[in-house]
Design a protein around this ligand. Sequence first.
Ligand code: 5GP
Ligand code: ZN
Length: 114
Amino acid sequence: MSECIFCKIINGEIPSDKVYEDEKVIAFNDINPQAPVHILVIPKEHISSIKEIDENNGDIIKHIHLVINRIAKEKGLDEKGFRIVNNCGEEGGQTVGHLHYHLLGGRQLQWPPG
Ligand code: 5GP
Ligand code: ZN
């Protein structure tokens, strides 16, 4: 049994507020939202971070981006804009070791982040 909390969400061991699912990815609302829309988009395959992406598994990144576009449209973010964030490693602020993209929107976002 995996100890990864996002694998547990994928398996249904931990409940989540799912907004999208297909055979390769799921997307769910972040438990600690930083914007009116804050959704995590993750591959169902356990990939620990963007560092694990290479030529052999890179198709998932394209797929995640297409899913993000679809969700952004569904949430009405495509007109005003949105942000996608991937935190990688300790200094990158990654706290969950399962590849995930944050989709943030619904308010004016500041740049650069802290
Ligand atoms: P990171 O800091 O690794 O880039 O992002 C991890 C994100 O996962 C954080 O925004 C955090 O709020 C979210 N998160 C952590 N545990 C859970 C959980 O059990 N359920 C949900 N929905 N989000 C979680
Ligand atoms: Zn995992």
